[in-house]
Design a protein around this ligand. Structure first.
Ligand code: AMP
Length: 282
């Protein structure tokens, strides 16, 4: 595995590989790798000649008072995992390499951000879209892999790729979970044992909603209330949002029909956790 720290070297190596006709699969991450990231890497490894992963905790996507400094980091562990997953090139730039000067041009996301995490984390998706634009230009991938745990991010990346004509295929990968259903996340390490136990209720509440929909419920408000009641009875965490939209355009819907997302975010003492279910209702 090659570890590359500069954009210039990354681009040069990728251009050589592309000239040889190699297809490049890319998994961008913020590190502290777990089985969720590994599922993306496994799929990208299978579907491309070359697997590139990046580790970069992007300051642009963290708001004031968020966990930028506290975000867990462990490069030795991460490079071991990357090696084990067959990563050919691990891109690990510094903040100075990515943002040597205050940027004069950044990307602003206009759609699909006024709801869910976009609403509670203003500017977050602008930071995501800006860093991905830079990463896509550094890595020049043919395919990029993103997890559906961050389903709004997938919707935003879909918009970014289409609106800016990146010649890249977006591949969305199902959420990887712990045995009790909790979505794997680098932020799960912030949970104390008591909170960790309660955190399983995020997914349990989504399953309850799914069950109710399977039995015929079609009113989004009823589903939202059902989830909130379940969470309020079982979790001390503060509900940030529980929302239901069409997917991937994230429009408000009066009735559950077609492809929909049920998404929620909960604030525990040191961690804000998100989860969602995407369902196709016929
Ligand atoms: P992060 O390092 O949290 O920015 O995540 C990097 C990529 O891994 C993103 O595309 C995430 O959606 C994806 N990811 C994180 N957790 C999971 C998970 N539990 N299952 C599937 N993908 C995940």
């Amino acid at each position: 595995m090659n570890i590359i720290n500069t954009i210039e070297e990354m681009q040069a190596r990728m251009l050589e590989l592309k000239a040889e006709g190699k297809k490049i699969g890319f998994v961008p991450t913020m590190g502290y790798l777990h089985e969720g990231h590994m599922a993306l890497m496994k799929k990208a490894k299978k579907e491309n000649h070359i697997l590139v992963a990046s580790i970069f905790v992007n300051p642009l996507q963290f708001g004031e008072g968020e966990d930028l400094d506290a975000y867990p980091r462990d490069f030795n562990h991460d490079s071991m995992i990357a090696q084990q997953e067959g990563v050919d090139y691990l891109f690990y730039p510094s903040v100075k390499e990515m943002y040597p000067n205050k940027m004069s041009v950044t990307v602003t996301v206009k759609n699909r951000t006024e709801v869910l995490c976009g609403k509670s984390r203003p500017g977050h998706f602008d930071g995501v879209a800006t860093v991905l634009t830079k990463l896509f230009h550094a890595v020049l991938p043919d395919r990029v892999y993103f997890g559906l745990k961050d389903a709004q991010q997938v919707a935003v990346v879909d918009g970014l790729i289409h609106d800016f004509n990146f010649p890249i295929e977006l591949v969305a990968v199902a959420t990887v979970r712990e045995a009790d259903g909790l979505a794997k996340s680098s932020r799960n390490v912030y949970l104390n044992p008591f909170e960790r136990d309660q955190a399983k209720e995020l997914y349990q509440s989504l399953l309850l909603a799914k069950d109710s929909i399977n039995k015929g419920e079609r009113d989004p408000k009823t589903i939202i209330e059902l989830i909130k009641k379940h969470l309020n009875q079982r979790c001390e965490a503060k509900i940030d949002y529980v929302e239901v939209y069409s997917y991937p355009d994230l429009s408000v819907i009066e009735e559950l029909d077609g492809k929909i997302i049920i998404a929620l975010a909960l604030k525990f003492s040191k961690a804000r956790l998100i989860d969602n279910l995407i369902l196709e209702i016929v």
